[in-house]
Design a protein around this ligand. Structure first.
Ligand code: IPE
Ligand code: IPE
Ligand code: MG
Length: 254
């Protein structure tokens, strides 16, 4: 309990976001889809500012999926240009504000200039602790589970691991974001109510929240609505409501 008589507001420790709707935002304005992606990049800053302001510890943003490589060549090219530009432009400010930046996904698929910027952003912000910002790029939840399984198989082949020791904890330790608490709240903009191969393993008990708002339209009021909704939910993790009420601090943080 806080020292005030008002009940404590529950704020998620880890927020995971699918930033969807850039293309439709542009199409509604009869503009090329790339313009929507540019507007979407501005909304990323709205989201980061919000997390810093509310004391959210970790933010994971889905920027580009494994499947997005299959989009028309000019759209992928525009996204890569935007990605590189944003890395060059934003990292100084994020470093100054105490944000630690990391990337998850198949990095080998990006060109060397982007890979170098990713590495440099990670190196420069490694010591920051105010906000853990993870950008999922060339990321797929199925890829993530497969790479975790491969990593365990390599240990078995090398004689360091007994197959009988492979359990949820072992696989969970090789999955991306293993060092962070599992996402508490998932937000998807753009009106679709699906996961689209985002964090399949990590979202097992995450609270899901969807809005029709398109990503470039994102504002703090919308994010606050999601947080208010989250604060009113009872997370049961498979237990009964009565059990959870008796032990209100129960949380998963694998
Ligand atoms: C999300 O917006 C950004 C990426 C997938 C890269 P979209 O580009 O998917 O926008 P819509 O869904 O077509 O409107
Ligand atoms: C999910 O959005 C991926 C990102 C936002 C990066 P998509 O637009 O690719 O998802 P679908 O195709 O609507 O499922
Ligand atoms: Mg989309």
């Amino acid at each position: 309990m806080s020292s005030e008589s008002a009940p404590e507001i529950r704020v998620p420790r880890h927020l995971a976001v699918i930033m969807d709707g850039n293309g439709r935002w542009a199409e509604r304005r009869r503009r090329p889809r790339a313009i929507g992606h540019r507007a979407g990049a501005r909304a990323v800053n709205v989201c980061i500012d919000f997390c810093l302001d509310r004391g959210i510890e970790a933010l994971t943003l889905f920027a580009f999926s494994s499947e997005n490589w299959g989009r028309p060549e000019d759209e992928v090219g525009a996204l890569m240009k935007l990605f590189l530009g944003a890395l060059e432009r934003e990292v100084d400010e994020l470093e100054r504000r105490g944000v630690r930046i990391r990337f998850i996904g198949e990095r080998e698929r990006f060109n060397t200039a982007i890979r170098a910027q990713m590495q440099s952003a990670e190196d420069r912000t490694r010591a920051n602790t105010r906000l853990h910002l993870t950008i999922a790029a060339s990321y797929g939840g199925r890829w993530d589970i497969a790479q975790a399984a491969r990593s365990l198989a390599q240990d078995v082949a090398a004689g360091h691991l007994d197959p009988d020791e492979i359990d949820e904890r072992a696989l969970g330790s090789r999955i991306c974001l293993a060092d962070l608490p599992a996402p508490d709240l998932f937000i998807r903009t753009g009106g679709e109510t699906r996961i689209s191969n985002f964090l399949l393993w990590q979202l097992a008990y995450t609270e899901l929240w969807f809005t029709d708002l398109l990503w470039p339209e994102l504002d703090a009021a919308t994010l606050q609505r999601a947080l208010d909704d989250y604060a009113g939910r009872q997370r049961r993790f498979g237990l009964t409501g009565a059990q959870v009420t008796q032990a209100p601090t129960h949380e998963t943080s694998e």
